[in-house]
Design a protein around this ligand. Structure first.
Ligand code: SF4
Length: 691
């Protein structure tokens, strides 16, 4: 029996693999033996459509030909050298993934930021969690969800906003429902424009208009101030910026907020009363908050409510982001975004750069002082002819980025694209010059951190197929061939972890007390300092990671959607996930049971809107935005508000024709986090007669 972690969502369920079969690990504290359909069917995709050998081609219209690793690595190293000479370090971009192990992340960025001098190593967490990262950093002085899953079973009131946890984080939601069964007085409030499966289970559902989350949060704060239901002792001793915040929320009286959000004043007051009267409030959010042009401000508006009421640092309370990817958290800790360095350090901080350079045995100044490109800036760099080498690993940007027509055109301009993946074909592989076969889950050992900061050792239980290699080994071999043998000396992932963890000592995400041998006995939550104990929750001493130890209120106004509906594009299109599928279907599209569960894409439309278009159930509807067009069979349902549409984001060109949600979405991003507003754009509809 081998213990590992589910490689899908950020819930991070522990798994046991016994004789080729997967089951939930009862000893894992995060899931306590439970798994959802994705975890349960994992083994079915493990051998399907695998990339077995490196392949290359000179032009994108030529067929791939298999090559040896020796040839592939030689080609890549030559190309890195010529790109460095012609474009400079920032002409090299690496786009990685929350599917990486922490060890993969660490080695990739040591190669990029340390040895090649390019900070342009970003990951798909940029599309997923970066608004939470910047929200936590701005409010608390450091990233890191303060809560644990035990808080799900200790709360009086769960305030779930912008998260369809029942489908996207099912085991977390199961634990929340378990708490309500045990404590019937406990309340679940769900804020979502759609009556999702999560909303159907709620005691109170607020179907706010898309883009009005900050209005709602400020409206609740306004009422709490009016009713004087604040924790004044906490405010005075542990926060800063209250006056500016109070002046801001004075502009959000209930009538105004109710009108903007499309809810009643009674509903607003009901939720504010729950905030006022509940002993322990836990806020849970995910992409509906993060994927926004004001994502950081939304996160901070939610944190404001916790600061106002002192709902933090105690059981059952706190602001808790639910991570999308299985190891987005590990990436954040290991510096897996283009503005970060390992151990929750920042590129912009000269002291942090010097610490990491010293640890890596590199000369002072090796790490460039300016942040690297976000993934969207990589696309813009390709458009501008400033990027000469684009390296994609374990992710599928030709489906997952917004404004796909523009992305494809940029990828066609790329002088040299490397795609490193376990699977072939993928939509992004169509744009590759060089394909590198990667080992996947179960074929490499390393660690992942889930949403509650639980670090789990994911143990290999089989060899990679063909010539596939672990991602960290590929990055390390490239580094050695570039002349950095001393920087990439490891013989195992355990040695990589040992080097990495030393960089976390004394940092907020301290895991210097962990190693692979210890984790083989069971997962551990950070902080785990060497030779010491730490509280499971962060900020139990109410001292925050800011210079003055106080959490900061944010005084930001709501700006609403970046692309509101208008006469030409009168509908708001929202996008999201389904229970069975994962991201761009690279795994789940290859699993029969999940394909049966969700056989085809669709668009949800309200009966009133369908009637105006004379549209029947299942008929094709053409959806057009300012950027692109797609077609979907109509699913007519009163489960969506008039004027709002929903399309799942899972279907790329491999799985359906012309049904890509991101053909329609726009790249306008949060100015603080760089996270695009994948959740909403303005579209027009047309019935496709006869289809
Ligand atoms: Fe995997 Fe997430 Fe399902 Fe758990 S809830 S089994 S981590 S997909």
């Amino acid at each position: 029996m081998v213990r590992t972690l589910c490689p899908y969502c950020g819930v991070g369920c522990g798994l046991e693999v016994v004789e080729g079969r997967v089951r939930g690990d009862r000893a894992h504290p995060s899931n306590q033996g439970m798994v959802c359909v994705k975890g349960a069917t994992l083994m079915e995709a493990i051998d399907r459509d695998r990339l077995h050998t490196p392949m290359a081609r000179a032009r994108l219209d030529a067929p791939f030909r298999p090559i040896s690793w020796e040839t592939a690595l030689g080609m890549l190293v030559d190309r890195l050298r010529t790109t460095l000479a012609e474009y400079g370090p920032e002409g090299i971009c690496l786009y990685g993934s929350g599917q990486f192990l922490t060890e993969d992340y660490y080695v990739a960025q040591k190669l990029m930021k340390g040895c090649l001098g390019s900070n342009s190593f970003d990951a798909n967490s940029r599309l997923c969690m970066s608004s939470s990262v910047s929200g936590y950093v701005q409010s608390f002085g450091a990233d890191g969800p303060p809560c644990t899953y035990d808080d799900l079973e200790a709360t009086d009131c769960a305030f779930v906003i912008g998260a369809n946890a029942a489908e996207c984080h099912p085991i977390v939601f199961n634990r929340l429902l378990r708490q309500r069964r045990a404590n019937p007085a406990m309340r679940i409030v769900v804020v979502d424009p759609r009556p999702t499966e999560t909303a159907r289970q709620a005691d109170l559902h607020l179907p706010i208009r898309p883009g009005t989350d900050i209005d709602l949060a400020h409206g609740i704060a306004h009422l709490l101030l009016r009713w004087d239901r604040l924790d004044r002792r906490f405010l005075e001793a542990h926060t800063s910026g209250f006056e500016a915040f109070a002046a801001t929320v004075a502009h959000y009286p209930p009538e105004t907020v109710a009108r903007r959000c499309g809810i009643t004043v009674d509903a607003l007051e009901a939720v504010a009363r729950l905030w006022a009267e509940s002993g322990r409030v836990l806020t849970l959010w995910s992409m509906g908050i993060n994927q926004s042009s004001e994502g950081t401000a939304k996160v901070r508006a939610l944190i404001n409510l916790h600061l106002l009421t002192g709902q933090i640092g105690k059981p059952g309370a706190g602001p808790f982001s639910l991570t999308g990817q299985p190891n987005a958290m590990g990436g954040r800790e290991a510096g897996g975004l283009s503005h970060l360095l390992p151990g929750y350090r920042f590129i912009a901080d000269a002291g942090h750069r010097a610490q990491v350079e010293a640890h890596w045995g590199l000369a002072p100044g090796s790490i460039a002082p300016q942040r690297g490109r976000t993934v969207w800036e990589m696309i813009e760099g390709l458009e501008a002819g400033e990027v000469g080498l684009f390296w994609v690993a374990a992710t599928n940007p030709a489906v997952s980025l917004p404004d796909l027509e523009r992305v494809r055109a940029a990828l066609l301009r790329s002088p040299f694209t490397v795609v490193q993946d376990a699977y072939y074909p993928t939509e992004t592989a169509e744009f590759a010059h060089l394909l590198l076969p990667a080992a996947q889950w179960g074929e490499k050992t390393g660690t992942m951190t889930n949403s509650e900061r639980m670090v789990t050792l994911c143990q290999a239980f089989r060899d990679p197929p063909g010539e596939a290699r672990p991602d960290w080994q590929i990055f390390a071999e490239v580094g050695r061939r570039l002349g950095f043998a001393a920087q990439f000396p490891w013989g195992s992932a355990a040695e990589v972890f040992d080097e990495y963890k030393a960089l976390t000592g004394g940092r907020p995400c301290d895991m210097s007390g962990l190693d692979h041998a210890l984790l083989a006995a069971g997962p551990r939550r950070w902080p785990s300092p060497a030779g010491g104990e730490a509280d499971a929750r962060l900020y139990t001493d109410l001292r925050f990671a800011t210079p003055d130890g106080r959490a900061r209120f944010a005084a930001c106004h709501s700006r609403g959607l970046a692309e509101p509906p208008d006469d030409g594009y009168p509908f708001v299109l929202t996008t999201g996930r389904l229970y069975g599928h994962w991201h761009t279907q690279t795994r789940t599209g290859r699993i029969e049971k999940i394909r049966k569960l969700h056989p085809h894409p669709f668009i949800e439309i309200h009966p009133r809107d369908a009637a105006k278009l004379d549209l029947s159930e299942g008929e094709a509807v053409e959806v057009r935005s300012r950027r692109g067009v797609a077609r979907f069979p109509a699913r007519i349902t009163a489960g969506i508000a008039p004027g709002v549409l929903f399309v799942p984001m899972h279907w790329g060109s491999l799985w359906a024709e012309n049904a890509e949600a991101n053909a329609l979405t726009h790249p306008i991003a949060c100015p603080d986090s760089g996270e695009p507003e994948l959740k909403a754009c303005a579209v027009a509809l047309r019935r496709v007669s006869g289809a």
